[in-house]
Ligand binder design. Sequence first.
Ligand SMILES: NC(=O)c1ccc[n+]([C@@H]2O[C@H](COP(=O)([O-])OP(=O)(O)OC[C@H]3O[C@@H](n4cnc5c(N)ncnc54)[C@H](O)[C@@H]3O)[C@@H](O)[C@H]2O)c1
Length: 248
Amino acid sequence: MELGDLKVIVTGGAQGMGAHFARRLLEAGARVAVGDVNEAGLAALPAGIERRRLDVADEAEVAAFVAWAARALGGLNALVNNAGIIRDGLLVKRDRQSGAITTLPRRDWDAVIGVNLTGATLMAREVVATMARAGTRPGVLVNISSVSRHGNRGQSNYVAAKAALAANTVTWAREFAAFGVRVGAVAPGMVETPMTQGMNQKARDALVAAIPVGRIGLPEDIWRAVRFVLECDYFDGRCVDVDGGLVM
Ligand SMILES: NC(=O)c1ccc[n+]([C@@H]2O[C@H](COP(=O)([O-])OP(=O)(O)OC[C@H]3O[C@@H](n4cnc5c(N)ncnc54)[C@H](O)[C@@H]3O)[C@@H](O)[C@H]2O)c1
């Protein structure tokens, strides 16, 4: 599809990669609606981007948001499923000093699965149902997974969500073909955003040292892959790792 023809929702677009994608889409002539729980970030987006509070993990909010976006954009034909959170921790941990054994809190599991997997699924379901009811086709969905989908120490919750999102990219590409909707996924490596700026400096330096291209990724690096998925009408059902070679 041409970027200028898109009527597109970007979830989690109040900051970080999602805000970058929304700006790039606007510049390319797309009509863009951003949903996020970060209302201060929403307010700071450039004029021309439609915006409204959205918690992707809340089924009623998802339904209300998608109906609003379809009205605000004059239809809908694309979704960038980008909202995500981390709550990292080992599943079972021994404290170095006391030797005490602790475990990953259930609430940290539920929060990450709730936003990154259930939220993305609710959004895909609502957007495609809205398109199908309106008879709109073609359409395209981009799921933002992560290279953590291949497995990563300290991220049981995030790995499970991002691997499931990549796997369901195949499921949805097969199911939504009936509605003229393609589905692709992009799995970033380590990217400079507020999510990684919060990381422990030692862990961050060690990760950057392991990246063959020699630097942390930028939102623009990931945008190029998102753009490819949106534009290439022969791309369907695959997840592209964009990680500077980190996980090859
Ligand atoms: N930064 C990285 O290194 C990296 C690597 C791989 C994958 N990712 C993924 O890329 C996506 C964007 O990450 P980022 O680095 O820009 O993170 P970020 O924390 O800067 O931005 C994420 C956005 O999602 C929003 N959000 C969180 N919970 C939400 C909810 N329930 N409903 C709606 N919005 C919600 C946040 O408010 C925030 O604006 C995420 O899915 C993340 O998991 C990031």
